[in-house]
Design a protein around this ligand. Structure first.
Ligand code: PLP
Length: 514
């Protein structure tokens, strides 16, 4: 493809993307394909001869899109929001075009310096303590990582090394493995699975501590466990506190946990992957009280701040704990300005790194802090709207306090009914939602995800719930000989707010070979 063709096809692709977003409501949010659908459409070997761009581009609709779950559809309510916006997409385009590998400042100074500027901007937007900022001219600063999972793993490794070094200073004959086998870290039983996985990868024990009735980890639970573990000869070294858990968007009590970590010499990492974006709004900052005790803090603009994956930001108070812990410095990576600015390769696991800060820079500048606040507040108010619809129907119950853009609810009664409701919604296919279990209670999580979601979309979604509920309760009553009060006659005409279900024909793609 030459430059002229690139201009033409690039414009076509931009049009395609803009049309995709503008008309995304018209697409079924859920794919309707079975495993292997795409493989069966493909030849087994790569094409020997070049293909025309027209042929390739045509397959975006014919081959790719049937197997896409539309995460940016206003009907998508699974997991948490996955960020996307036009300025972010443009940032990725430019980053791909520049294509530098910014592992050190010298390999592309703007790649490092825009990252320093944007992580400082963001840190200030969230009102993080100034020790986390580059502009504080201390040892702290922010860095862009791929994911919150990678960050928690990296922090756990750095905390592990810090403990090993400390103990080996006292006793140089100690073997690393002797220390590692005694280390123990903690999180609440509601922490994201990536926290437990970081323990498995780092070969240290990670204990899940019971959260309270609000799914929050309290100081007294942590303190009692630390005492118990010290009595057994273990070495508590790491706590990952969650601000906005995946299951119910609960908040650990940092004001209690923080001082305990400080007294005990334990590294406190804060995982605010989703909820961190909301701290741009002052009204949510009470949930981060105690943040000053953290050694590291991470949140994902690729979740709730309009940036496309992958863009997770981590701040550390003392960069030496990363840079010195895993330092390798071969001559081919050295440069003459070394030491004056961060060489971000020391702050992460891989060597290479993309120019990801461009999209954060474009997003913050295009929306402004006020625009980002408005976006977050809109999502929270849509979640509240949904909560109020659910609360007005006494067949449902809310499972956890709705604080941000997540509503956790279920059908009253045995878990089986909510399981059936979820199955019915999957079969229906008009909306996308996922279930979760907390303390043996099965419930549904509705997250407000897409930038374009409106009140009408939330009403639409609620109506799908009502309709599916009627069907489930009808089936449930019939099978169990009980009456759970259907509200509408399922065989009668649909209430006017219910969109009739279309029977989707699942296309047979298997005959097409390319
Ligand atoms: N932490 C929390 C609270 C999350 O909700 C998630 C994902 O939803 C993660 C961590 C993992 O995020 P990532 O995909 O960036 O690793």
């Amino acid at each position: 493809m030459n430059a002229e063709e690139f201009r033409r096809h690039g414009r076509e692709m931009v049009d395609y993307i803009a049309d995709y977003y503008e008309n995304i409501r018209d697409r079924d949010v859920m794919h309707r394909v079975r495993p292997g659908y795409l493989t069966s459409m493909m030849r087994e070997e790569a094409p020997e001869a070049p293909e025309t761009w027209e042929d390739i581009f045509k397959d975006v609709e014919d081959v790719v899109m049937p197997g896409v779950t539309h995460w940016h559809s206003p009907r998508f309510h699974g997991y948490f929001a996955a960020g996307s916006s036009y300025p972010s997409i443009l940032g990725d385009m430019l980053g791909d075009a520049i294509g530098c590998i910014g592992f050190s400042w010298a390999t592309s100074p703007s790649c490092t310096e825009i990252e320093m500027v944007t992580t400082d901007w963001l840190g200030k937007m969230l009102d993080l303590p100034e020790e986390f900022l580059h502009q504080h001219h201390g040892p702290g600063g922010g860095v862009i990582q791929s994911t919150a999972s990678e960050t928690v793993f990296l922090c756990l490794l750095a905390a592990r090394t810090k403990q090993i070094n400390r103990l080996r200073e006292q006793n140089p004959n100690l073997q690393n493995m002797e220390v590692i086998s005694k280390l123990v870290g903690y999180s609440s039983d509601q922490a994201n699975s990536s926290v437990h996985r970081a323990g498995l990868l780092g070969e240290v024990k990670m204990r899940k501590l019971p959260s309270d009735e609000n799914y929050s980890l309290k100081g007294e639970t942590l303190r009692a466990t630390i005492q118990e573990d010290r009595a057994k000869g273990l070495l508590p070294f790491f706590v990952c506190a969650s601000l906005g858990t995946t299951g119910t968007c609960a908040f650990d009590n940092l004001e209690e946990i923080g001082p305990i970590c400080q007294e005990e010499g334990i590294w406190l990492h804060i995982d605010a992957a989703y909820a961190g974006s909301a701290f741009v709004c002052p009204e949510f900052r009470s949930y981060m009280k105690g943040v000053e005790y953290a050694e590291t803090f991470s949140m994902n603009p690729h979740k709730w701040m309009l940036c496309n994956f992958d863009l997770s930001v981590m701040w550390i108070k003392d960069r030496a704990l990363l840079v010195d812990a895993f330092n390798v410095d071969p001559v081919y990576l050295k440069h003459q300005d070394q030491g004056k600015v961060p060489d971000y390769r020391h702050w992460q696991i891989p060597l290479g790194r993309r120019f990801r800060s461009l999209k954060l820079w474009f997003v913050i500048r295009s929306y402004g802090v006020s625009g980002i606040r408005q976006y977050i507040r809109k999502h929270v108010s849509l979640a509240k709207e949904f909560e109020s619809m659910v609360s007005q129907d006494d067949r449902f119950e809310i499972v956890a306090e709705v604080i941000m853009g997540l509503v956790c609810f279920r059908l009253k009664g045995p878990n089986r009914m909510t399981e059936l409701l979820h199955d019915e919604i999957v079969t229906d296919g008009r909306i996308y939602i996922i279930p979760a279990i907390a303390r043996d209670v099965y419930y549904l999580r509705l997250a407000v995800c897409a930038q374009a979601t409106t009140s009408d979309d939330i009403r639409f979604t609620f109506n799908v719930f009502l309709e599916c509920t009627e069907r489930v309760l009808g089936k449930f009553n019939e099978k169990n000989g009980v009456n759970y009060r259907p509200m509408i006659d399922i065989d009668g005409p649909l209430p006017k707010y219910v969109t009739p279900i279309t029977t989707d024909v699942v296309e047979d793609h298997t005959s097409k070979k390319m």
